[in-house]
Ligand binder design. Sequence first.
Ligand SMILES: [Zn+2]
Length: 273
Amino acid sequence: MFGISLRLISILGLLTALVMVGLVIDYLHMWRRPWRVGLIVAILGIAAGVALTVSAVLPAGNFYGPVFTEVRTKHKIVALTFDDGPYPPYTGQILDILREYNVPATFFVVGRNTIKHPELVRRIVEEGHQVGNHTYSHIDLLKADRNGIITEIEQADRAIALAAGVHPHIVRPPHGFRDAVVMQICREKGLKVVEWSVLSRDWTNPGVQTIVQRTLSKVTTGSVILLHDGDGISQTASRAQTVEATRHIIRELLAQGYQFVTVDEIIKRNGES
Ligand SMILES: [Zn+2]
């Protein structure tokens, strides 16, 4: 978007200064005719800050560069995606369920967790699922500097390659947060940024039925469903609810005639009528 890529945090800093100047000008009764220019500048500065922040944290929206959230299709296809693993025993339990129903999924794995449990990432790949990069230590990339972002992505890539012999070409920034620099680095590394369209907040463990209902009520043709087989890098929370919900979601969507595909496959089928 900008000729030079500024970090969101820098832009917000500049806007804050602009708002302060605008308010001071208005307070001092300067430049009030024909309009209260100081106040207008302050209001526009706040609005711009809100809009830029919302664009950085919401999954949909291509303001900082193209991200993938779902596809437009009439076909009953959906992509199941799991974040934050690998995390025993839950990742293995989810893989068992996927195998039982012969359903492919996409796992955005954390590099640090991959180092701890490489055998699970190997199994993900061996069983025909797709792997994506979810950074090395699951940090908020908006708070990292350029070198930090590059290191997070490269270290995760190295861990995944070491574990399973593949280099992912898709990335999901932790929490989906990105700005112009995050997007630029992903582009330079040939990584497609993948967000999601169906969120059940399963990581808060709201109950199996709630996860299932929230998911099913939002799913439509071409949806990308976000679930969590892991718990960031802390690996303390149970993911038993997500495991159980996964079984119900798969069973119900198969009964409704949906076909499950990987992220790569669903992107390929964008716009199919
Ligand atoms: Zn995550």
